[in-house]
Structures are given as structure tokens and as C-alpha cells.
Design a binder for this molecule. Structure first.
Ligand code: 9MR
Length: 370
């Protein structure tokens, strides 16, 4: 009897396994984990949006906790959201993120104290050096102070450089002069002494911008102020990953005694007529702007996989210098690239598809660790 029943039981078990394997996010629990795979190499991070921080979908929460050990808030710690009025701070969502991190053993990188973009509306009404200085000082002291001992690290200053390595003409440069970067680090260090402090930018692997970034770092250090690392955002384009510049940047930044991080990694597959990630730049839609509304052609999928593989091989080659690799979004559905530089496109820049299923790029990345 038993012998006859066994094959049926086995068959039933196989059917069940197959059903689980095809049933969306549950399947995600059976695939390899990025954080586990690279645990001896570098941290694996993701950007989290409101719904994810709010834990609105328990399967998504479980998925994030299994794949990532570091997280950056995609928006909720930007000054417009944390500091909506001159005297008003709203830490609700940021605090939820801190709880999320504690619960799921995920380190939080605060993003970002000083950035020319997503500033509170009231800044537009300020036209004096004193008031900008007061905002700058109060904002850093209050926010870094609030999250003291709670965030692992801060992107203290974000995107202060132009492509040619000169300082961007931001409201901070205009009113406070080019010392504002050093002063931001000084204030952050005072308000939150145990937190790692980083400068973050896009295209700072490119030679001219890198040179500007190195000057900034040297200036901060010469003033006796602490800076722990540089974030290279890593918003690149499929088939055009600047591997040589990236490797050169890892070497040059770490030669300054800095940790190197890839902080907003994604690989765009849709075309645009400029490089970088300046959110102020936009393009107008035309009939060709959204070429893959239902699926990514296999040739592009394979190129994306090859690009991610090459990048992770490089990161692993320099794992003694690279401390974190953070993807800018959990899956393709969450990516900012669905709405920038043109709204409403279907973009495929990450390792997981719109249902959090692994793409060929995911398996290529996992295989680099073997
Ligand atoms: O992904 C973010 C998107 O949801 C916001 O609308 C946008 C607004 O400024 O910022 C995006 O994140 C940016 C990050 O904070 C800094 N580097 C470039 C990122 C992509 O624009």
C-alpha cells in the first residue's frame, strides 16, 4: 500500500512546488538572496518609497528584508518633506523608516541633508544670506540631531558639482559661497558624531567631475572636518557602462582614504539625449519614446544582464574599497525612470521585474559571487 502511495505523494509535492514557483512573490522566497550572497563583500541596498516604508504589502516587506541589508529613503528625508515650514519639521515617515530598518536588520542611509533640489517652498521667498545661513544651520542640526544614533550614514551633501567639476550655482553657493560643503560636514559631524558622512553625486566617475569631487574632499579634510566616503550614484545607460572610469574612480577616491559606494544604481534601457540624473532636465514625448510598453526585447535583456555582470565583477575586484551597492528602487515598477525624463514610460532598469521576479541580470549578478 505504502509503496503505491509514495509516487502519488511525490507527484502531489512536485505539483505543489511548481504552483509555488509560479505564484509570484512567494517564489521570491525561493530565489537566492543578494544580501546573503554578498554578505562578506559589501552591503546591498535599495531605495524605499512611501508604500514600502509603510509596509502596505507584507509580501513586498518580506521580499525587501530577504534581499537587502541597507536602505536609502527615495524621498522622505529630503528637506521639502522633512522641513515643510520654517519652524516645522515632520519626521513621521523618516521615523517609520528607522523602525523598518530595526525590524528587518537593515541599515539606513539618510538622504540627504543639503541638496539644491526638492527644497521646501519657503526657500523661494528668502533673499538674504543670513536667512539662508540660518535655514542651513538649523536644518542640519535639527535633522542630523533627530536621527543621531538612528541612521548609519548620511549623504550630507548631494550633487553640488557641475559636469566640468566646478561648483553648481545652487542657492547655497550663491548665498554661502563654496565653503558651504565643508560647513555642512562640520555641522553634521557635530550633530551626529557616530554617523558616517558621505558626499554623493552622479557622473562623478567621469574625469572632470571626479577631479572636482576630489578637490571638494581635499578641502573638507584640509579644514580638519571628517568625510568618510563618496557615493557614485550610478545612473548609467545599457551598453554604455563607463567601466574604466568607474575603476579609476574607485582607486582615486579610496586613495584619499574614503569608502566608495554605488548609491543609486540603475541601468536605463530607454533612450535619451543627455547623460546623468539632473532631475531638472526633461524631454518631450514622441511616438518613439516608449518603445517597450509590454516587454523588453531579448537582445536588450541580455545586454542589461551583461552590463550588470561586468559591474559586479568590477565591484568584487575592489571589494576591499567598495562598501555598499544600492539599487535605486526594489523592482522595475518602482523606478523613477518610468517617469523621467519623460512621464509614463515603461522602463526596465533593475534586477527584478514589475512583479519582483528575478530577471536574467539577477542571475548573472549572483553568479559573479561564485
Ligand atoms: O527617485 C527620486 C524621485 O522619486 C523624485 O521625484 C526625484 C525628485 O527630485 O528624486 C529622485 O531621486 C534622485 C535622488 O534623490 C538624487 N539623485 C538622483 C535621483 C533620481 O532623480
Amino acid at each position: 500500500m505504502l509503496q503505491k502511495k509514495q509516487p502519488i505523494a511525490l507527484y502531489a509535492a512536485l505539483l505543489l512546488l511548481n504552483a509555488v514557483a509560479q505564484s509570484g512573490p512567494l517564489f521570491a522566497q525561493t530565489i537566492p538572496s543578494l544580501r546573503e550572497t554578498f554578505k562578506n563583500d559589501f552591503g546591498i541596498g535599495t531605495a524605499l518609497n512611501n508604500a514600502q516604508i509603510d509596509e502596505r504589502d507584507p509580501q513586498m516587506t518580506a521580499f525587501i528584508a530577504r534581499q537587502f541589508n541597507m536602505a536609502t529613503p527615495e524621498n522622505v528625508m529630503k528637506s521639502a518633506l522633512l522641513h515643510p515650514q520654517w519652524d516645522t519639521y515632520d519626521f513621521t515617515m523618516g521615523d517609520k523608516l528607522i523602525e523598518f530598518g530595526k525590524k528587518h536588520d537593515i541599515k539606513i542611509n539618510g538622504h540627504t541633508l543639503i541638496w539644491h533640489s526638492q527644497l521646501p517652498g519657503f526657500i523661494r521667498g528668502i533673499h538674504s544670506k543670513d536667512s539662508i545661513q540660518t535655514f542651513f544651520t538649523n536644518h542640519i542640526k535639527t535633522v542630523a540631531g533627530h536621527y543621531k544614533g538612528k541612521v548609519y550614514s548620511w549623504d550630507v551633501v548631494n550633487e553640488a558639482l557641475n559636469e566640468d567639476g566646478t561648483m553648481r550655482k545652487s542657492v547655497f553657493l550663491q548665498y554661502l559661497g563654496d565653503n558651504f560643503v565643508t560647513e555642512a560636514f562640520r555641522l553634521a559631524q557635530e550633530a551626529s558624531p557616530g554617523t558616517e558622512l558621505y558626499y554623493n553625486d552622479y557622473n562623478n566617475e567621469q574625469p572632470k567631475k571626479r577631479a572636482g569631487c576630489i578637490e571638494l574632499v581635499k578641502k573638507i579634510k584640509a579644514a580638519g572636518v571628517r568625510i568618510d566616503g563618496v557615493g557614485i550614484q550610478g545612473h548609467w545607460h545599457v551598453g554604455k557602462i563607463p567601466l574604466k572610469d568607474i575603476e579609476e574612480s574607485i582607486l582615486q577616491y579610496s586613495a584619499l582614504g574614503l569608502k566608495v559606494m554605488f548609491t543609486e544604481l540603475d541601468i536605463e534601457v530607454l533612450s535619451r539625449n543627455f547623460q546623468g540624473a539632473d532631475v531638472g532636465q526633461r524631454m518631450t514625448a514622441n511616438a518613439q519614446s516608449n518603445p517597450y510598453p509590454t516587454a523588453l526585447p531579448d537582445s536588450v535583456q541580455q545586454q542589461l544582464a551583461a552590463d550588470y555582470e561586468a559591474l559586479f565583477k568590477l565591484f568584487l575586484k575592489h571589494k576591499d574599497k567598495v562598501t555598499r551597492v544600492t539599487f535605486w528602487g526594489v523592482n522595475d515598477a518602482n523606478s523613477w525612470l518610468n517617469n523621467w525624463p519623460i512621464r509614463g514610460r515603461t522602463s526596465y532598469p533593475l534586477l527584478f521585474d514589475r512583479n519582483s521576479q528575478p530577471k536574467p541580470a539577477f542571475y548573472k549578478v549572483i553568479a559573479t559571487a561564485k
